[in-house]
Design a protein around this ligand. Structure first.
Ligand code: CMC
Length: 438
């Protein structure tokens, strides 16, 4: 049950300066974070809507999963700081935490891992879908298509009001998403699909499916598997961001969960969201050399130039992104393990970071490097091609989407999402037949 909000003992008064009428609005408090003004009855009582494009001041739901304090740079999953989880847990423990609210004990963890592992294979017919795509398709296009296609399979778990059906659908989605992603990569490079190896851990298996070939075994480096696990943990959930809100909105109509996740993947694709890690690398290539940094920083600051420094700034964090700190450290570990000491792109990135964080424009606007700034560099070092970066983000975010989707379905106050609008188009006018239009 998800009904933890408390009505505070105060209200907010809204006065209509035109009519002099005053309305009392209840104020609700969560366990931590800003209080919210409950406007649910506003339209019914006053005839007014609220107006908040981009939802900068709107809480769209009640949630117990993830908490962010953007000013302090804090990110908690179910109350636990992201830094602790990233260092002490693996992705399966964090997935269990996000789904069920508590960290698992050893027995619970083993069972969960087992249950997830035995859903890693795709229905063989799903594998045929890939052939319908051009080889040069963006892998995110393939992800949207193939994940959406899962809704045409697995008809034994279609009743979203049945908790067991929801659990099976959730486990399938979490288990199959690395397989789907790895197949998208293999298809793009013209190599045969590598089937999952259930003897491997989640991240090891993902790397195995990405890099092994039938002709050659791929020995998974523990450092790289650990780095992949950290990346998955750091991206696993992030409160009501664009893609999560998309999953919730799609799911609010009672739609098939796989179709809802496909909608989330579509939303994640954009460069302002999950596409930023790919955009960072493209930007670094475009800048090309340290000597060009000043020119590009100038472009980023020019209000008439649409260029922005990719990997900088965040809608919520107005402080260092806590995920970026862990990612920065992981980035150095990976480069050391791989013996990459003179990577020009990394040097360029470090120089860019230094200049940007000291520049008044970025300091005043609180634009810090975000998680995508470093993840792109790690992916590049591991040997993952740029177009796959956002796919990896999608693999990681899947457990968050699933946890949020489950929470929404179980929420007794859940309704179909249906925002309203401030209409500025033409009011009713008389129809003019074609022969009379000038
Ligand atoms: N480079 C240059 N200027 C920037 C940048 C940037 N990366 N980000 C924001 N600004 C400026 C912006 O022009 C505005 O300036 P002014 O006040 O003079 O008009 C000011 O900072 C506030 O920006 P905003 O657009 O109102 O901020 P927002 O909260 O709407 O945008 C953002 C957040 C992430 C979309 C934006 O910072 C951005 O486009 N960053 C680059 C893309 C990126 O790295 N995205 C990944 C986000 S983290 C991954 C995730 O969680 O999805």
């Amino acid at each position: 049950m998800n009904d933890h909000n408390t009505t505070t003992n105060h209200t907010m008064t809204l006065t209509n300066n035109e009519t002099g009428e005053a309305f009392e609005l209840p104020v609700l408090g969560g366990s931590v974070g800003p209080k919210v003004i409950d406007v649910r009855r506003l339209y019914g009582d006053t005839g007014y809507f609220t107006y908040d494009p981009g939802f900068t001041s709107t809480a769209s739901c009640e949630s117990t999963i993830t908490y962010i304090d953007g000013d302090e740079g804090i990110l908690l999953y179910r109350g636990y700081p992201i830094e602790d989880l990233a260092v002490h847990c693996d992705h399966m423990e964090v997935s269990y935490l996000l789904l069920f609210g508590e960290l698992p004990n050893a027995e619970q963890k083993a069972k969960f891992e087992h249950d997830i592992t035995y859903h890693t294979m795709l229905h063989e017919q799903v594998n045929q879908f890939y052939r319908g795509f051009r080889r040069d398709s963006h892998p995110m296009a393939i992800m949207c298509g193939v994940v959406g296609a899962l809704s045409a399979f697995y008809h034994d778990s279609l009743d979203i009001n049945d908790p067991w059906h929801r659990t099976v659908a959730s486990y399938r989605m979490i288990a199959k998403i690395p397989t789907i992603a790895a197949h998208a990569y293999k298809y793009a490079i013209g190599q045969p699909f590598i089937y999952p190896d259930n003897g491997l851990k989640y991240s090891e298996n993902f790397l195995h499916m990405l890099f092994a070939t039938p002709a050659e075994d791929y020995e998974v480096s523990p450092t790289l598997a650990r780095a992949m696990d950290r990346i998955l943990i750091l991206h696993a959930d992030h409160e009501q961001n664009a893609s999560t809100s998309t999953v919730r909105l799609a799911g609010s109509s009672g739609a098939n969960p796989f179709a809802c996740i496909a909608a989330g993947i579509a939303s994640l694709w954009g460069p302002a969201h999950g596409g930023a890690n790919e955009a960072v690398l493209n930007m670094l290539h475009e800048i090309g050399d340290k000597s060009n940094i000043t020119e590009y920083v100038k472009k980023a600051k020019d209000p008439d130039d649409p260029f922005r420094l990719m990997g900088f700034g965040h809608r919520v964090y107005k402080n260092f992104d806590p995920r970026a700190r862990v990612m920065q450290q992981t980035c150095h570990e990976v480069l050391e393990e791989l013996g990459i000491t003179d990577e020009p792109l990394l040097e360029l990135a470090m120089e860019l970071e230094k200049i940007a964080v000291e520049d008044d424009y970025f300091v005043e606007r609180k634009l810090y490097p975000n998680v995508d700034f470093y993840s792109g560099i790690i992916f590049k070092a591991i040997g993952i091609p740029t177009t796959m970066f956002t796919v990896l983000f999608a693999v990681a975010r899947t457990v968050g989407w699933i946890a949020q989707w489950n929470e929404m379905v179980e929420d007794p106050s859940q309704k179909i999402g249906r925002p309203r609008q401030l209409f500025t188009g033409p009011p009713r006018r008389d129809f003019v037949t074609l022969d009379k239009r000038g």
